[in-house]
Write a protein that binds this ligand. Structure first.
Ligand code: SAM
Length: 212
C-alpha cells in the first residue's frame, strides 16, 4: 500500500461531502487491505465496493464513511452492527472507540472474520445468526447500524435501542434504497430522516427479505 493511495481516497471522500475528521482519520488508519481477498488488495484504496466471497461485498468507502458519519459515534458507545461481512465497518467503529456487537448470517464470513480478529487483535463481539431479531442479551444499544437492505425496519431494533439512540439502515426494494436514520426521542416517539440512492445486498431473515 502506498501512502499516496490513502491520501487520494481521503481527498475523494472529502470532495464527495464527508466532513468528519474523526471518520476520515478512521478510514485512513484502518487498513482496508486486511479485509479484502488477496486478489482484491490492489483495489483496496479505491472508492468502490469489492467482492468478499459468498456473493457478498465490502461496501464502498464513501458509503461506509457516510453511514459512520450519520451514526455520530462517541467513545464507548455500545453499537450493534447487523451484517459483519468482512468486518471492516465493525473495525472502523472499534477504532472510533465504540464497543461493537456484530451479527453475520453467513458461516463462511463469520469464520473468516474470527480468524482475522485474532490476527489483528480486535476486540469485537460477533455472533452467527439472524440479525433481523437483533441481539437482546446486550441491549439496549446507543446505536444500531445495518449494512444490508431491508423492506422495513425490523421491529426488534426499536425496543433494543436506548432513548436518544440512533438506527442507520438502508430501506427500499431489491434494486434501490434510501438510507434511513431513526432517532429514538422518547419511549415511543421517533424522528426519521432519509437520504436517497443506495444499493445494498439484502438483509435476509425472519423480519427482513425472506430469500437472497
Ligand atoms: N459491514 C460489512 C463490511 O464491512 O464488510 C459489509 C456487509 S455486506 C454489504 C452485508 C452482509 O450482511 C453480508 O455479509 C450478509 O451475509 C449479511 N447479512 C444479510 N442478512 C443478514 C442477517 N439477517 N443477519 C446478519 N447478517 C446478514
Amino acid at each position: 500500500m502506498l501512502n499516496s493511495q490513502r491520501k487520494e481516497l481521503i481527498e475523494t471522500l472529502r470532495k464527495k461531502g464527508i466532513t468528519s475528521d474523526l471518520v476520515l482519520d478512521a478510514i485512513k488508519n484502518v487498513n482496508r487491505e486486511d479485509f479484502v481477498p488477496d486478489i482484491m488488495k490492489i483495489h483496496a484504496w479505491e472508492d468502490v465496493p469489492l467482492p468478499i466471497g459468498n456473493g457478498q461485498t465490502i461496501s464502498q468507502p464513501y458509503t461506509v464513511a457516510f453511514m459512520t458519519s450519520l451514526l455520530d459515534v462517541k467513545k464507548n458507545d455500545k453499537i450493534l452492527e447487523i451484517g459483519t461481512g468482512s468486518g471492516y465497518q465493525a473495525a472502523l467503529l472499534n477504532y472510533l472507540g465504540a464497543q461493537v456487537y456484530s451479527i453475520e448470517r453467513s458461516i463462511e464470513l463469520y469464520n473468516s472474520f474470527l480468524k482475522l480478529m485474532d490476527k489483528l487483535q480486535l476486540r469485537i463481539m460477533v455472533r452467527l445468526g439472524d440479525g433481523t431479531i437483533g441481539w437482546n442479551d446486550f441491549a439496549p444499544y446507543d446505536k444500531i447500524i445495518v449494512t444490508a437492505s431491508s423492506p422495513t425496519i425490523p421491529k426488534s431494533y426499536f425496543s433494543q435501542l436506548k432513548i436518544g439512540g440512533k438506527i442507520v439502515i438502508p430501506i427500499g426494494d431489491r434494486f434501490q434504497q434510501e438510507m434511513q436514520v431513526v432517532e429514538k426521542l422518547t419511549g415511543n416517539d421517533y424522528k426519521m430522516e432519509s437520504y436517497p440512492n443506495f444499493k445494498f445486498v439484502p438483509l435476509v431473515g425472519i423480519d427482513g427479505w425472506k430469500s437472497e
